[in-house]
Design a protein around this ligand. Structure first.
Ligand SMILES: [Zn+2]
Length: 98
């Protein structure tokens, strides 16, 4: 009998965006509250292609890792674009400053 592995279907793009988002937001010196962070994530993820993969025991397969190094620059540029949209929508940001 094989050991039962924990298989999981997930959108790896989400993980990549999460990995880069804090650095990008910090660099832009914008509000980094959870709402703004999620807003940036949502916009970036809607503009990036999904990357569904099956992981075993939470480990990404090497294929996905090489995908990441290929698309790293694109991911960062989409996060930057999304962050600028959220910054422009200043309602929430200004509320925080009051
Ligand atoms: Zn905020």
């Amino acid at each position: 009998m094989d050991t039962i592995d924990t298989m999981e279907l997930k959108n790896s793009m989400e993980e990549f965006v999460e990995r880069y988002i804090d650095g990008v937001m910090k660099e832009l010196d914008m509000c980094t509250c959870q709402k703004c962070r999620f807003d940036v994530m949502a916009i970036a993820l809607n503009n990036l292609p999904p990357l569904y993969t099956v992981t075993r025991n939470g480990a990404l397969f090497n294929k996905v890792k090489s995908m990441e190094s290929q698309s790293g620059a694109k991911i960062i540029s989409e996060i930057t674009k999304a962050a600028k949209i959220v910054m422009k929508d200043a309602k929430h940001y200004e509320k925080k400053e009051e």
